[in-house]
Design a protein around this ligand. Structure first.
Ligand SMILES: C[S@@+](CC[C@H](N)C(=O)[O-])C[C@H]1O[C@@H](n2cnc3c(N)ncnc32)[C@H](O)[C@@H]1O
Length: 237
């Protein structure tokens, strides 16, 4: 449970959504959430682990020996699943993860505390990877300002930048999975993904809260090749 330095519970800000939850409501929801209890019992660091488990069980994204990039990895639920499924604990495959926040070590996962939007992030990630990736996954959620249009643009900007990075590091046939939000602001992103990948779909796993506009975009069958300069979003920095 997230607490600030005074020990108070964080107020959770809903990205892409329309409202903030008070700390009391957030705590209530956490306590009543079956996925929170399941995650604790299974030793997963987050309830988000069940979203990836469900999507992977359905679409067979993670296979032994694969190289995986996990963007926005903390506290580490997705990285735990990835390490288990590719076998990086037994020296098979590779899992490379980054987050703005610190993440306590996960066996089989190479982690760096890094802002993905920094100019040097792709270079650092590529060096950690040491080759091409089979899948780039992003569960990153941009901080919200409360201004709907600005927030939607930020969210889409993060996913577009992740998609451009994926196109640089993926092997042909590779996959891109990213958190996004239903807003209609992602039409250009979807059009670009359809050019770069054989199949593009939206997925809403059962573990994704039904009252949230969160959903995932899954692009499979990377066609290979590089993007033109005009297709690559600019970074901060
Ligand atoms: C929903 S959490 C990820 C949960 C994770 N998939 C799990 O299973 O535990 C989203 C994460 O994205 C990270 N994030 C947001 N923007 C980022 C950025 N620009 N660079 C790196 N991480 C970022 C946040 O710090 C946060 O930890």
């Amino acid at each position: 449970m997230a607490k600030d330095t005074t020990g108070r519970l964080h107020v959770q800000v809903k990205t892409g959504g329309k409202r903030k939850l008070s700390s009391k409501l957030w705590l209530e929801r956490q306590l009543n959430d079956p996925y929170v209890a399941k995650a604790k019992a299974a030793g997963y660091r987050s309830r988000a682990a069940f979203k990836l488990l469900e999507m992977d069980d359905k679409f067979r994204l993670l296979k032994p020996g694969m190289a995986v990039v996990d963007l926005g990895a903390a506290p580490g639920g997705w990285s735990q699943i990835a390490a288990k499924r590719v076998g990086s604990l037994e020296g098979k495959g590779k899992v490379v993860a980054i987050d703005l926040l610190e993440m306590p070590e996960i066996p089989g996962v190479d982690f760096a505390q890094l802002d993905f939007m920094d100019n040097d992030a792709p270079e650092k990630l590529t060096a950690m990877l040491g080759g091409k990736a089979d899948i780039v996954m992003s569960d990153m959620a941009a901080n919200t300002t409360g201004h709907r249009k600005t927030d939607q643009l930020r969210i889409v900007g993060l996913v577009e930048t992740a998609a451009a990075f994926a196109c640089d590091v993926l092997k042909p046939g590779g996959a891109f999975l990213a958190k996004t939000f239903q807003s209609g602001a992602d039409a250009e992103l979807l059009a670009q993904l359809k050019r770069d990948f054989a199949t593009v779909r939206h997925v809403k796993p059962a573990a994704s809260r039904q009252d949230s506009s969160e959903r995932y975009v899954l692009a499979t069958g990377f066609r290979g090749g590089t993007r033109s300069e005009s297709d690559i979003p600019s970074r901060s920095g």
